[in-house]
Design a binder for this molecule. Structure first.
Ligand code: NAG
Ligand code: NAG
Ligand code: NAG
Length: 150
C-alpha cells in the first residue's frame, strides 16, 4: 500500500468516527460534582440514570427507551445558592425542561435548563474547548497532511 492511500484511509476513518460515534455528554449530579464533570457516551442506561435523578425532584418522569439522545444541563438555585445541578444524557421523550417540580421542591428557582444534541453541547461549567473547535482543528490538520503528501 502506498503512503497516499494510507493517509486517505486514516482521514476517512477520522471523519467517520466524528460522525458515526454516538452522542457524548457531560455528566454530573451535584453542584460539587459539576465543577469537574465527567463525559459519558449516551446509552439507554445513561439516560435512565439521568431520569432517576430527575425523578427525585420532579413529577411524572416518563419511562422511556430511545435510539437518539439529547444532552441536558439543568440548574436550580435558592437565594443564589446552587441547590441542584444535573448534567447528562436524556431521553428526548422525557422533556426534562418542562417537568413540574414536586410540591416539596416547588420553591426552587430553575435558573438554567437546556437540552441540546451536539457532542458535549451541555458545556462543562468549567468551560472547555468545544467539540466544533476540535473538529475544525482536525480538519485543518488533515488538509495540511494532504497538502504535504499528495
Ligand atoms: C431504561 O428504562 C426503561 C424504562 O423503565 C427500561 O425499559 C429499560 O430496560 C432501561 N434500560 C436500561 C439499559 O437500563
Ligand atoms: C416507570 O417504571 C417504574 C418501574 O419500572 C414504575 O414504578 C413507574 O410507575 C413507571 N412510571 C411511569 C410514568 O410509567
Ligand atoms: C428566584 O428568581 C427570581 C427571578 O430571577 C428572583 O427575583 C428571586 O429572588 C429568586 N428567588 C430565590 C429564593 O432565589
Amino acid at each position: 500500500m502506498n503512503t497516499k492511500a494510507v493517509i486517505v484511509s486514516v482521514l476517512v476513518a477520522i471523519v467517520c468516527v466524528q460522525f458515526a460515534n454516538s452522542l457524548v455528554c457531560y455528566t454530573c449530579v451535584t453542584p460539587k460534582d459539576c465543577k469537574s464533570p465527567k463525559k459519558v457516551t449516551c446509552t439507554n442506561a445513561a439516560a435512565n440514570e439521568t431520569s432517576n435523578h430527575l425523578e427525585v425532584y420532579h413529577q411524572n418522569v416518563r419511562n422511556a427507551t430511545s435510539t437518539r439522545f439529547d444532552c441536558l444541563a439543568l440548574k436550580y438555585t435558592w437565594n443564589n445558592d446552587v441547590i441542584h445541578q444535573l448534567h447528562g444524557c436524556v431521553h428526548p421523550a422525557v422533556g426534562p425542561c418542562s417537568l413540574t417540580l414536586k410540591p416539596a421542591y416547588g420553591h426552587y428557582n430553575k435558573t438554567k435548563c437546556l437540552t441540546c444534541s451536539g457532542d458535549k453541547c451541555n458545556k462543562s461549567p468549567a468551560g472547555k474547548m468545544s467539540s466544533s473547535t476540535v473538529t475544525i482543528a482536525a480538519s485543518v490538520f488533515g488538509l495540511l497532511l494532504v497538502k504535504i503528501y499528495v
